[in-house]
Ligand binder design. Structure first.
Ligand SMILES: Nc1nc2c(ncn2[C@@H]2O[C@H](COP(=O)(O)OP(=O)(O)OP(=O)(O)O)[C@@H](O)[C@H]2O)c(=O)[nH]1
Ligand SMILES: [Mg+2]
Length: 287
């Protein structure tokens, strides 16, 4: 999983673990009874927080949680799943300092598929048309407490820990990952995950397809993906790993009654399910 801070990575992983361990939703990949993953206790703790409708804490640099477990596919064949959950800060640092831990680089090189998360609500707004005499990008803060961080000229071109990443920085992250993988992979398999799909549907209606949403909301990222299409196999997915907004009482009531059925996964074709494991299917040349 890759993605800037607050893009929905940990929530996906913990909800995926809940689905696999409870087994009450029919899933493409299944866990055998009694098989437990490494890091089971931590995953249970995060999953429990989500199940008690609490906002989970951001992953810190150095935390090394992963979901590492043998599964069975629909034909009963063995597959081994390994998804490390890194702090978004690690990816922010890649954009800011051009550095990524060696271990993460090798994991990315070994990965069959990268799940690249974005959550549009946890991104800074970026105004690209500059008024006045500045010929640079003018970034604005969505967060009040960060307003004073803008320079007197109203410009701040440095990504920093005080504000959410903006679209240009997400583009930078994607380009940096492609650069890192250039030598080891002819073509990189990437699924672009539009997190918190429940929020998207509230705002844009439930007819919108994940790719249409990406094109509308992230035009720069979308353009970058298409102009690098010879370097990746890619797909756009919508995922609501919680099923609703934990700050909204009506949503919480609905999640309480629907339970795991509140989870939503929208495939590139628009096909819907509650199965978070469909994102684990092979793609591209590996199919
Ligand atoms: N409405 C809604 N919000 C969600 C959903 N999934 C995640 N979120 C929100 O996104 C926030 C961030 O999610 P995390 O899973 O912590 O994000 P992360 O990518 O792990 O962030 P870092 O640990 O900082 O890298 C959560 O606190 C939720 O508020 C969802 O399905 N629906
Ligand atoms: Mg996290």
């Amino acid at each position: 999983m890759a993605g800037m801070p607050g893009s929905g990575k940990t929530t996906y992983l913990a909800s995926l673990w809940t689905l696999l361990s409870e087994g009450c939703v029919s899933t493409m990949y299944k866990k055998e009874v009694g098989v437990m993953p490494e890091d089971c206790a931590t995953l249970n703790q995060i999953a429990q927080e989500i199940l008690s409708y609490k906002d989970i804490e951001r992953t810190k640099i150095g935390e090394k949680v992963k979901l590492s477990i043998p599964l069975k596919d629909e034909n009963g064949a063995d597959v081994f799943l390994r998804i490390p959950d890194l702090a978004g800060e690690v990816f922010r640092n890649l954009v800011e300092d051009r550095q990524l831990p060696k271990e993460t680089v090798s994991r990315l090189r070994e990965a069959d598929c990268i799940l690249f998360f974005t959550y549009y609500k946890n991104m800074s707004y970026e105004k690209r048309i500059v008024d006045g005499s500045y010929d640079t990008v003018n970034r604005e803060y969505t967060n009040d407490e960060n307003k004073d961080k803008q320079t007197s000229a109203g410009l701040d071109n440095q990504i920093n820990k005080k504000r959410d990443a903006n679209e240009s920085e997400v583009v930078e992250l994607l380009l940096s990952l492609l650069e890192l993988l250039k030598k080891s992979k002819k073509s990189v398999n990437i699924r672009f995950i539009m997190s918190a799909w429940d929020m998207v549907e509230k705002e844009y209606g439930n007819e919108i397809l994940p790719e249409e949403f990406a094109k509308k909301k992230f035009p720069l990222l979308y353009q970058c993906i298409y102009s690098n299409r010879d370097r990746m196999n890619f797909e756009f997915w919508g995922v609501s790993a919680i099923g609703g907004n934990l700050a909204d009482r009506d949503d919480i009531k609905r999640i309480q009654s629907e339970e795991s059925k509140a989870i939503k996964v929208v495939a590139p074709s628009g096909e819907r399910s509650n199965d978070l494991t469909v994102l684990l299917t092979e793609m591209g040349d590996d199919k």
